[in-house]
Design a protein around this ligand. Structure first.
Ligand SMILES: [Zn+2]
Ligand SMILES: [Zn+2]
Length: 157
């Protein structure tokens, strides 16, 4: 039971990690990795027509995030600390969610028609909030560094 709680905790903690990393690292000292993810923003192409050329340098971050999860799994299994394995599963599930939501649903780097059309209130708001970061109309818009958690105002647009 505690392990399931740890899994969820790790999952939501990762949203915080993703937010702070995006804000302080990606738009900070590792901007050179994140830059190509924003390359379309200046070109004024419609968001639906954004072109991504295969891999971005930005994808390095997925590899970086995989390392702690892998280490936790190895240590957890090796020493029998299964709580660590559950934490690792939480981190990994967040990684999958991030890829699904950010790279497939929002940016459509892989085009899955079903995921293009079927949006509920929450996924619509996620898209609004993330596009606000890419095409900010105000300084506040740009500050949307999170993915799953964002100001409620994005539900309205
Ligand atoms: Zn960014
Ligand atoms: Zn993006």
């Amino acid at each position: 039971m505690i392990n399931i709680a740890l899994l969820f905790l790790a999952y939501f903690f990762m949203e915080f990690v993703a937010w702070s990393n995006h804000k302080y690292v990606m738009h900070g000292f590792l901007w050179r990795w994140h830059k190509d993810h924003h390359v379309n923003d200046q070109k004024k192409v419609a968001l639906e027509d954004m072109q991504f050329s295969g891999f971005e340098k930005n994808d390095y971050f997925f590899l970086v995030y995989a390392i702690p999860a892998i280490l936790l799994m190895i240590i957890g299994f090796y020493f029998g600390y299964f709580s660590l394995v559950f934490i690792a599963i939480g981190i990994t599930l967040y990684g999958f969610t991030y890829f699904l939501v950010h790279d497939i649903i929002i940016h459509q780097r892989i085009r899955i028609p079903f995921l293009r059309k079927n949006h509920n209130l929450y996924t619509k708001a996620i898209i609004n909030a993330h596009f606000a970061h890419h095409r900010p109309k105000s300084a506040d818009d740009f500050k949307n560094f999170g993915l799953l958690i964002f100001p409620l105002r994005f539900f309205k647009k």
